[in-house]
Structures are given as C-alpha cells and as structure tokens.
Write a protein that binds this ligand. Structure first.
Ligand code: PHE
Length: 500
C-alpha cells in the first residue's frame, strides 16, 4: 500500500483536524484503497474513522432504453394521432408488444390518454416526458431529491441502488504526520543494545490467509489410468504387479508361443539389455515350452524349428504387459482351479522411431479373463460392456493375427469426430499351446485384450501429438490446469489406442 496516501491523509488531518467525508477529500481514490490506508493508520492508533454509507442510484438497462427512446408512456402517447378517432388497442399491442400495456397504464394515470370503446384517444395535445427527465437526473447525479420519484423508478425496475462507502476520519492517540517504520522481527542486534526498549513492532495479522501451498499435480495419463482402474475394479478384476520392466524373452515371447524367428523379436522392434544381457535361469517348465515350440502338442504341430535356450534367456525391456499376464497365468495354473480376472496398466517399450503417434515407451491397459467355458462370444460381450463404461457405445471387431491368440480380433470404435472407425486395441483367446504349457487344465480358457493409455488421454485432452503429452515438450501449465479426469460419458466421445 502506498505510503503517499497515508501521508496525504495525515497532512490533511494536521491542517483541518478532521476529514468529514473521504469521498469529497479524495474524490479520485477508490474507496477500498482509502479503507486500506485508514486500517493501516488505525492499527498504529494514528487515526480513528467511521464508515459513511451513501446510496447511489444507477440506471438499469430498461431505464437506459427509456432514456434513449423515451418512456413507454410517451412512446404510446406519440403513437396516438390527435383527434376523436385515436388508435385501436389491438394495433398498439401489435406495434409495441409488452410495452403497450405498461405505457397505457402510466398514460391513463398521467391523464394523457383515455379509453374510447376499443380505441385509445389523446386527452392533451402536448406532454412532458417526466420519466425521462427523472432518469436523466438520476444518471447525472446518482440520486433524485424527490424520494417518491426514486421509489417509483425503482418499483418500475428502471434504476437500482448501489451502496458506496466513504469515511469520516479523526486524529488518533498516536497522531503524527510522520510514518514510522515498524519492526517486524526482534533481532539479536536489538537485544545487544537498547534498541529493543524503544522499538515499535508491527502487529501480527492472524486473519491473513497466507500463500497457497504449491502442490503436485497428477499427469493426465495418471488421471485416465485411475478411471480405467476404477472400471476394472467395478467389473471384479484384480490388479497385476507390473513393477518389473525387464523381463526374459522367455516370459515376454516364448511362454506366449511367439516363435523365436518372429519379426517382433528383432533388434529393430525390441530393446535388448546389454548388461546383464541374459537371465541366469529359465523357469522350471521351460522344456515344456521348448517342446511345444519345436514339436507341438495339445493338438498343435508346433513351429518345427529349433528353439534355443540362449534366445529365451535374453533380457528385454518388456514389449507388452502380456509378459506379466503370462507369469500370472503360470501362478494361477499352480493353484487349485479358480476363475480369475486380472488387469494391469503400465509402461512397455518398443524400438520405434518416435513420431506424432508413436513413442518408444507407452502405457498398455491389459485385461485377462480365465474361466472354464470362457469363449470368444463372452469376450465380445465383455468388451461391449467395458467400452460402454468408458462412453464408447459402438464397437466393431476385425479378425487379425497374434502368435499367442486364436482367434484374434482388433477392436475398432466409431469416432464421430473423425467420422471413421479408429483402432482401439487388440484381443483374442489365448492359444492352447500357451495355456497348456503354462500348466492350465484343459477346459480352462483365457481371453485377453490390450489397448494403449495414451490415445484415450490424447483425445480427452485434445492433444494431437503424443510428444506434447509425454517428454520435454509437455506444457506444465496444461498438467496443472487439466481438470479431473472424466472420459466424456455423456457425449460419448470415442477413445482409441496408439498403434500397438
Ligand atoms: N499384447 C497385445 C498388444 O501388445 C495385446 C493383447 C493382449 C492381445 C492380450 C491379445 C490378448 O497389442
């Protein structure tokens, strides 16, 4: 707060001993600024003040219209031609609408006009538009000397009152024309000498609200993830532990019946670890997996190609969360049978060249359902409900190929904004070659599906380039101001995945 104003107030008081009304003394200073200065001076007991309330009237839009175009009664009066004939009430109604009644009523009261059959005729030749004159006075002075006029204009919704505050100020017990700088802290320097004896301290303001603490903000991906998690929990799923980002090729590929010669295992697609480069051992059932790859089994002829232990031991950054699903299914196989539903949402890595829709790391949303009699039909029915919970009402399936599922289906949804079918994700029934070698009983079928977390988040945040969602180009302001996540259920905004 400027000390100038405080000094001016003190000087004015020194000259005149009191200020009757700050509205007159400091015409151009807003009253809240004056109040701030007075409060500060009062806290040092340099002044005392009383609040003066004045009612100031301003013209409402309806009043402004009558100021600009004449009062309703005057407009009606001028619409009636002089003479016996006048004009019909119906015609006034058509010409003036709602105003006609109001204008006539006031015109009758003023004895300007009268009814004659179905017509209105003039009673006088000329009028003075008093309403307009009164409004002009209010506009110019903020009030009107006739209290009845104020009441009448207010009742007619032509003016409204605004309270304005000003202050009457007098000298306080510590009055002086100099502003003392108050101490805010008791320092060791003051205590060493005598300064503490005479120092005047600023009072604590216990009413002050303080600064808003700067808290953290959840990234939009984390908000959308939370929404997906809630949908999974709602549908009875358990969450898989996905905290291990490095997996052996065995869990990432072999246990899933991905042939060792498959293109996905190329260096161009998968990040292999250099140090350590290989897992020390394979799970105890590795030979079963080897046999089903090389020779087949469970109704399959296998790939009939050599399978190398060394290849299976290679460590990779997991390329999909299905590497976790395969381990969970193995655990399930070792327990007495129970139907189970699992999900995970976490990061996976692919050796992609980064562009607007691809990152080398992204998040997968994955679900698996293990049950006796689980079928493709049940998977389709499940996905229908699952996506409806996310606000996606129209989905469609297209056959596709996955080494570990048969049949496999890509999931598409109709995107009304883009006016086309967009790919949501991938799904299918896990192959017996995989499930039986993991040790699951015959008769236990497992369905699975996966989608990316990034694309639905991009759609929700209106982000076109994935590099603006993750990485150094992220706008931190967007992170801080992005509202709590809601996949837009009402408008049924479609959600899609990044290419998985
Ligand atoms: N792992 C698949 C992917 O990366 C998704 C998927 C999971 C497909 C489970 C079928 C079954 O796209």
């Amino acid at each position: 707060m400027s000390d100038d104003l405080k000094l001016t107030i003190l000087k004015t008081l020194a000259a005149k001993s009191s200020i009757e009304d700050t509205a007159d003394a400091f015409k151009n200073v807003p009253s809240d600024v004056v109040l701030g200065a007075l409060k500060s001076l009062e806290s040092h007991e340099m002044v005392t003040y009383k609040t003066l309330t004045t009612e100031v009237w301003s013209v409402d839009p309806e009043g402004q219209d009558q100021l600009d175009n004449g009062s309703y009664e005057a407009r009606i009066f001028y619409a009636i031609p002089a003479g016996e004939q006048g004009v019909s009430i119906d015609e006034l109604k058509t010409r003036f609408g709602a105003i006609a009644n109001l204008g006539q009523g006031k015109g009758f009261k003023n004895k300007w006009i009268k009814k004659s059959g179905d017509n209105i005729v003039r009673l006088v030749d000329t009028i003075v538009d008093q309403t307009k004159v009164d409004l002009e006075t209010v506009l110019a002075t903020g009030t009107h000397e006739n209290k009845e006029t104020i009441k009448d204009l207010k009742r007619r919704n032509l003016i409204k009152s605004n309270k304005s505050y000003s202050y009457a100020v007098a000298k306080g017990t510590n009055f002086s024309t100099e502003l003392k700088k108050l101490e805010t802290d008791l320092t060791d320097d003051m205590l060493k000498g005598d300064a503490w004896k005479t120092a005047e301290f600023k009072q604590f303001n216990f009413e002050a609200l303080g600064l808003n603490p700067r808290g953290g903000h959840l990234h939009p991906l984390m908000k959308v993830r939370e929404e997906f998690r809630q949908i999974f929990f709602e549908m009875g799923f358990e969450e898989m532990p996905t905290n291990s980002f490095v997996e052996s090729s065995f869990w990432n590929f072999d246990a899933l019946f991905v042939p060792q010669q498959h293109a996905a295992r190329d260096l161009q697609d998968t990040f292999y670890l250099e140090d350590p480069a290989a897992a020390t051992e394979l799970p105890e059932f590795w030979e079963t997996v080897r046999d089903v790859h090389e020779k087949g089994g469970y109704g399959s002829i296998g790939y009939r190609a050599p399978w190398s232990e060394e290849e299976a031991k290679k460590l990779v950054l997991r390329t999909h969360t299905t590497a976790v699903s395969s381990q969970i299914l193995r655990k399930l196989a070792l327990e007495p049978y129970r139907a189970a539903k699992y999900f995970s949402i976490d990061r996976v890595y692919r050796n992609e060249s980064v562009d607007a829709t691809h990152l080398a790391e992204f998040n997968q949303v994955e679900g698996i359902i293990a049950d006796k009699g689980m079928s493709l039909g049940r998977l389709i029915a499940f996905l229908d409900v699952f996506f409806k919970k996310m606000g996606i009402t129209t989905i469609r399936f297209k056959p596709t190929y996955n080494p570990y599922t048969e049949p496999s289906m890509e999931i598409f949804s109709w995107h009304s904004g883009l006016n086309k079918w967009v790919e949501l994700g991938n799904s299918g029934m896990f192959r017996p070659e995989m499930l039986r070698s993991l040790g699951l009983d015959e008769g236990v079928q497992v369905a699975g599906f996966g989608l990316s977390l990034e694309r639905p988040t991009m759609i929700r945040c209106g982000i076109k380039d994935i590099r603006h969602l993750v990485g150094h180009k992220v706008d931190r302001n967007m992170i801080e101001t992005d509202p709590a996540c809601r996949l837009d259920k009402k408008t049924g905004k479609e959600v899609a995945t990044a290419d998985t």
